[in-house]
Design a protein around this ligand. Structure first.
Ligand SMILES: Cc1ncc(COP(=O)(O)O)c(C=O)c1O
Length: 424
């Protein structure tokens, strides 16, 4: 007995030493992750005590006093929801009503694809979640495929397809000198990609450049995609935010649909309904027929199941309450337009202020570009100068979020931009 106790206590001692050692070494190799460049800008802004400070790095809408906005239609929907519903799980594919209404926005109220049940669609964790779900789906069912991503793009696109282990290629998009679209090079890249390639396209209000193809250019892109048999995946994070009219902002998608493309689409209510933190969006994939759509949807749900099981209910209820009620929907359309109009107004004001200061540079691109962002053309050094001397914060690629520009700060911002760029 004594012998046995001795042995077992020795085993215990050595195994606990082992346990202690392994426990202390489990995370020894973990280095801090690189800081997200956008979140870093906000941190630095918050830490700056200057009363003059301006944050034009934010990716969220602000009113003319620089304050976050909750839309009146959202407040009303919340009043209607409050106290009325239980907290049960949604189905794996999310709220059927929300998805139905969301598809109408992207594909059109009278879409035959919707009528014929040819769209596989699930509620997603906002636009990011929709992109990620699609990237995983692409990897699972087209394991040898790659994704062509525009240069530049929203930085998270790279993370999303990287983590889904889909190899990435790039295609030309932004033209440095004209600060517009590099259409010729983009078309060359589309033509030179292997037939049947996957392309990521921003449906409207391209982030970070604010540069969108014209309707005519979209038609040419769609035609070339047809010739090459490419797959278009549209990321539509800003529907309504570009022109103020969600129908007009869906034009790129509609052109592809007219040409009979089987597209994929990520939709988000973060910006156009101001539901940033609610994480509500939708992933849809157009299929050949209803049978295929049922199969694709079941596979999308299968991918979601071990990740988050089913999506959150509250944001979906807000969306379906608004879009399902004609009066609330009308109010929403009015409020989206007001947000877009304020942004368009700030573009004009910024350009006019710079021109009034006698800037020797052309600032036409500020009003030519569209959506929340303006790719100003400021260099990383000029951005550093703006931050260090004028307390103006933005990402070092020179992207200005018009959401952070107000009637109160536009003069100060223009003056600072003029000071750092006049001798360039
Ligand atoms: C181009 C683009 N796609 C997707 C998203 C995703 O946003 P969210 O996941 O908040 O809907 C954003 C947000 O900034 C974006 O700019």
């Amino acid at each position: 007995m004594a012998l046995r106790t001795g042995i077992s206590s020795r085993i215990l001692r050595s195994s606990s030493t082992f346990a202690l050692r392994s426990m202390s070494s489990w995370w020894r190799n973990v280095e801090p992750a690189a800081k997200d460049p956008i979140l870093g800008v906000t941190e630095a802004f918050l830490a700056d005590p200057s009363p003059d400070k301006v944050n034009v790095g934010v990716g969220a809408y602000r009113d003319d006093n620089g304050k976050p906005v909750v839309l009146e239609c959202v407040r009303e929907a919340e009043r209607r929801i409050a106290g009325n519903l239980n907290m049960e799980y949604l189905p794996m594919g999310g709220s059927v009503k929300m998805v139905e209404e969301t598809l109408k926005l992207a594909y059109g109220e009278n879409s035959n694809l919707i009528k014929d049940k040819r769209i596989a669609a699930v509620q997603a964790l906002s636009g990011t979640g929709a992109c990620r779900l699609f990237a995983d789906f692409q990897k699972r069912f087209c394991p040898d495929s790659q994704i062509y991503i525009p240069v530049p793009t929203w930085a998270n696109h790279h993370n999303i397809w990287r983590d889904a282990q889909v190899p990435q290629r790039t295609f030309h998009y932004y033209h440095l000198e004209s600060k517009g679209l590099d259409f010729a090079s983009m078309m060359d890249d589309i033509k030179n990609a292997p037939n049947g390639s996957f392309f990521l396209l921003h449906a409207c209000a391209h982030n970070p450049t604010g540069v969108d193809p014209s309707e005519e250019q979209w038609r040419e892109i769609s035609y070339q995609f047809k010739v090459k048999g490419h797959f278009a995946f549209f990321d539509m994070a800003y529907q309504g935010f570009a022109s103020g009219n969600p129908e007009r902002d869906a034009k790129s998608i509609r052109i592809f649909l007219e040409d009979g493309h089987l597209i994929g689409c990520a939709q988000s209510y973060a910006k156009n309904m101001g539901l940033y933190g609610q994480r509500v969006g939708c992933l849809s994939v157009v299929c050949e027929d209803e049978k295929q759509a049922v199969a694709v949807k079941s596979q999308l749900q299968q991918i979601a199941r071990p990740m988050y099981s089913n999506p959150p209910v509250h944001g979906a209820l807000i969306v379906s309450t608004i879009l399902g009620d004609p009066d609330l929907k009308k109010l929403w359309l009015k409020e989206v337009k007001a947000m877009a109009d304020r942004i368009i107004g700030m573009r004009t004001a910024l350009r006019e202020n710079l021109e009034k200061l006698g800037s020797p540079l052309s600032w036409e691109h500020i009003t030519n570009q569209i959506g929340m962002f303006c790719y100003s053309g400021l260099t990383p050094e000029q951005v550093d100068h703006l931050t260090n001397h004028f307390h103006i914060y933005m990402t070092r690629n020179g992207r200005i979020s018009l959401a952070g520009v107000t009637t109160g700060n536009v003069g100060y911002l223009a003056n600072a931009i003029h000071e750092v760029s006049k001798s360039a």
